[in-house]
Design a protein. Structure first.
Length: 146
């Protein structure tokens, strides 16, 4: 699997077998995939709209005769861009953390748990300072909120 930075958001369109149910799967880094309907994202975004730049806040509208797939893609990108913005800028917000299942930041913000690792602490510190997360796969099995 490709390396993903710890807080990179990905969003996939998931269409149900009935071809009517559409959900958007949002994932942060290598975390669990969260599946919600467009309305659930829309509702949440409206509760935190003061955290979202006005240019992003307007949801894509369906145009007459516009292909369904194109509309879904616009919505997917909209969810992706806002989610990434919130994850990058608003992790201190309780609501944002709860919605995206982000664990609370510890007292030490630079404390990234890489699991069992053979790296010497000073190597780790340098790696962290350079924000080079590419070399690690973040798998966090025990912090998923249900």
């Amino acid at each position: 699997s490709k390396m993903v930075r710890k807080d990179e958001v990905t969003c996939n369109l998931i269409i149900g077998d009935d071809k009517k149910t559409v959900v958007y799967g949002v994932r942060i880094g290598n975390g669990p995939i969260m599946q919600k309907t467009y309305d659930e994202y829309d509702r949440f975004f409206s509760t935190v709209k003061d955290m979202i730049p006005a240019t992003l806040a307007v949801a894509p509208k369906k145009r007459l005769f516009q292909a369904e797939s194109k509309f879904f893609e616009k919505r997917r990108l909209w969810i992706l861009v806002i989610s990434q913005h919130l994850v990058d800028n608003q992790q201190r917000s309780e609501d944002v953390r709860r919605f995206f299942h982000i664990e609370s930041p510890d007292d030490d913000d630079n404390n990234v748990d890489l699991g069992p690792t053979s790296l010497a602490p000073q190597q780790l510190a340098v790696t962290h300072r350079d924000h080079d997360f590419e070399n690690f796969t973040f798998v966090d099995t025990n912090r998923v909120l249900v």
